[in-house]
Ligand binder design. Structure first.
Ligand SMILES: [Zn+2]
Length: 262
């Protein structure tokens, strides 16, 4: 190689690495998926809750039996840095790894989930809608988020207002993602490197922007992963309040048991 070309090649390599395109997507897709569970509200159902609402609400008693089942079955919770290293480099994980994620800043996630997770030595990931912090008595406060972070849980970004990721453009990136992420970093004193799509909605065209903004990985719901960007389309399963522990266990194994595209 001519000496003149070396700086150019180095620059190209830098761009490849910094844009995330150097990731080996085939290797990521070939690794066994780690189950990632998703929770929203953790409270008893009310007569006014519609069937579709109930899919996003797990009663505390059910949540407790599900956490106990995971602990009794030997599951170990992992955090996004561990999952990222496993997916991108093949770094080993504890036996029976599982990730617990909580969306939208609901207060039950502090009042109910935190207690249960502590009981079993579990850690969780909290995807924060920034405008929901301190919104009213149903949402978490700034000191509660700081405490969750200090206790070793991960605080991550779920936009400012629960915006549809597919529709973000122009100033929207800054307003909905960059600014709230910086504020979360200030609140926790730690970098915020992970993102979850509001409503689970994402599109391939907007994924490069997440790399550019410095996110390492992002979490959706149950669509097949993007074959060209699997690290930004990690799948999650909503743990449903209708499931007994046997159904819960079956769904964890069934949904994440496959290797490959899904
Ligand atoms: Zn959400």
């Amino acid at each position: 190689m001519s000496k003149r070309l070396i700086p150019f090649v180095l620059l190209c390599l830098f761009h490849l690495i910094s844009s995330g395109q150097a990731l080996d997507n085939a290797a990521i897709l070939a690794r066994k998926q780690v189950p990632v569970l998703c929770y929203h509200q953790i409270r008893d159902w009310r007569p006014s809750d519609k069937k579709i609402d109930k899919d996003y609400i797990i009663p505390p008693a059910t949540f407790k039996t599900h956490m106990k089942m995971l602990a009794d079955s030997g599951y170990h919770t992992v955090l996004p840095d561990q999952l990222y290293d496993y997916l991108t480099k093949g770094t080993a994980l504890p036996t029976k790894p599982i990730m617990l994620t909580f969306d939208d800043t609901d207060g039950d996630q502090y009042n109910v989930a935190r207690t249960e997770l502590l009981k079993h030595g579990f850690k969780g990931v909290y995807f924060i809608v920034f405008n929901n912090i301190n919104k009213n008595k149903y949402y978490m406060t700034r000191p509660q988020l700081r405490q969750l972070s200090d206790e070793g849980n991960v605080i991550a970004c779920h936009t400012l207002t629960h915006a549809n990721f597919k529709k973000l453009k122009g100033d929207g990136w800054n307003r909905e993602i960059v600014v709230p992420t910086q504020k979360l970093e200030k609140l926790t004193g730690k970098p915020v490197k992970y993102f979850a799509y509001p409503y689970g909605l994402w599109n391939s065209a907007n994924l490069p922007e997440l790399h550019k903004l410095g996110f390492l990985a992002a979490f959706q719901l149950t669509e097949p992963r993007d074959p060209n960007d699997p690290i930004m389309t990690i799948r999650r399963l909503i743990d449903c309040g209708y499931w007994d522990t046997a159904t819960f266990s079956y769904n964890i194994n069934h949904d994440f048991g496959r290797i490959g595209k899904k």
